[in-house]
Design a protein around this ligand. Structure first.
Ligand code: ASP
Length: 446
């Protein structure tokens, strides 16, 4: 029988009621044998995540300030969950040990990791599952880099012969013995590593949304959920700010050919989004539309350079890029014509060196005209099926023309996985919703 590794995010384990949902999801499928929990997250929008409360306690401890009251709030969260679940357990010894350690050595990573550790203890008890401490299986080097091979070996050793286990997310231990966490949201990474190590058939990542949405729900009302997305498409969309999953959670499963399924703890009947290496494994029925997703990002500027006969001047591009390089700037896009070149880059990163860069460009390439245009948004239309579908770009432009939106730049990578367009920032929401209409709503009617 195959194994499913299931990771539950903080909102899925924020209170006893959520714990009950989680338990019924796990118990409904006996393949769900290895469980990776986050720390209790927010129960309502103004609530504070346990991880943040722990960081605060550590900060207070570090400055020698009494943190009894703040730590009491953490105790109350766990004790409340334990009482409401009606389980017979006490975390008092654990609480005392944490306070003692924070007073002796206020390490941020240690403090933050206790959120997952304690939640893992409670969940294991509630489910009747084994508890495997992540500190014993997730191995980091002394610089805090994950040692994947060592980790996989340790996970296999510790889980060998176990029917099930709860392994807390977010942290591990360095080879020197210190607790170390991943960056925020890192329980996703733990789940992915465990899935790799136990050779899971799938990594289910349970959260509070039913998967990746085709577009931002603040812009498009009730957008469709993406049913199947490839890792490459996901990267394009995530880069544009559409995020549900920690970036580092991709590699361990991708390299092992394990799909990720994003699922909703509050709507377990929804299929969610399946993230796969390639879509060969999926039938055409799963493929609903020409495009997979649309995402946009504000905050860009374009440096427009004009010079007659630019195309004849050997090394022109190199000189321009050298100026950027010398000033520590990376760029996003560089569409060019015979006598023009424009470079799109982050306004924020350009700001501190803006005048210097312009002066150096004037000096090194002697342009006829040089200007910077701010307030640009970049929009990516992403889809693996664009490659085999004619007229995609025409449809994007038709949507823009009907909405009277001026397209300031266009870029299509040779992989034909995405089309990037630049528009004025204030037109970004309209641009996204028009493209959504063009590709999703109209294809539904067809
Ligand atoms: N609890 C940690 C955080 O809030 C890690 C996680 O939830 O994945 O960032």
């Amino acid at each position: 029988m195959g194994i499913k590794v299931v990771k539950f995010g903080g909102s899925s384990l924020a209170d006893a009621n959520q714990f009950k949902k989680v338990a019924s999801i796990i118990k409904s499928d006996e393949k769900r044998r290895f469980v990776v929990p986050s720390a209790p997250g927010k129960r309502f929008s103004d609530d504070i995540k346990v991880t943040d409360m722990l960081y605060k306690c550590c900060e207070l401890a570090g400055s020698g300030v009494d943190f009894t009251n703040d730590f009491q709030m953490i105790k109350d969260r766990y004790n409340g969950i334990i009482a409401d679940l009606g389980i017979d357990m006490s975390l008092d010894e654990e609480f005392d040990a944490i306070v003692k350690e924070l007073k002796a050595r206020p390490s941020k990573d240690f403090a933050a990791s206790r959120g997952e550790y304690l939640n893992g203890k409670v969940l294991a008890k509630y489910l009747g599952f084994n508890f495997v401490d992540a500190a014993d299986v997730i191995v980091f080097d002394t610089n805090g880099n994950l040692l994947l091979d060592e980790t996989v070996k340790a996970v296999r050793e510790k889980t060998n012969g176990l029917d099930n286990a709860v392994i807390p997310g977010f942290y591990g231990r360095t080879t020197e013995g210190y607790i170390k966490t991943f960056s925020r949201g890192g329980s996703d990474v733990t789940g992915s590593i465990i899935a790799n190590a136990v050779r899971a058939e799938i990594y289910e990542n349970w959260t509070d949304v039913s998967g990746f949405l085709v577009a931002d729900p603040r812009i498009v009302e009730r957008p469709d959920v993406i049913s199947v997305i490839t890792y490459r498409e996901l990267r394009e969309l995530a880069y544009m700010g559409a995020s549900v999953l920690h970036e580092d959670a991709i590699f361990p499963v991708r390299s092992a050919g394990i799909p990720i399924n994003i699922r909703n703890t509050n709507a377990p009947e929804d299929d969610g989004t399946m993230i796969v290496s390639n879509d060969h494994d999926f039938s055409d029925e799963d493929v609903k539309h020409t495009i997979t997703g649309i995402a946009g990002k504000k905050g860009f500027s374009t440096i427009n350079i004009e010079k007659a006969m630019m195309n004849n001047e050997t090394g022109f591009g190199m000189k321009v890029l050298k100026v950027l390089y010398d000033n520590g700037l990376s760029f996003e896009h560089m569409p060019s014509g015979i006598d023009t070149m424009s470079i799109t880059l982050s306004t924020e990163k350009l700001a501190p060196v803006r005048e210097k860069v312009l002066a150096e460009l004037r000096k090194t390439v002697e342009p006829d005209h040089l200007e910077v245009e701010d307030g640009i948004a970049i929009l990516a239309v992403v889809g693996r099926r664009m490659k085999n579908t004619r007229g995609t770009v025409a449809r994007i432009f038709a949507a823009m023309a009907h909405a009277r939106i001026n397209v300031k730049l266009i870029d299509q990578g040779s992989s034909e996985l995405n089309v990037i367009i630049g528009v004025s920032e204030h037109e970004l929401p309209t641009a996204i919703s028009k493209i959504y209409d063009m590709f999703i709503n109209s294809e539904k009617i067809d």
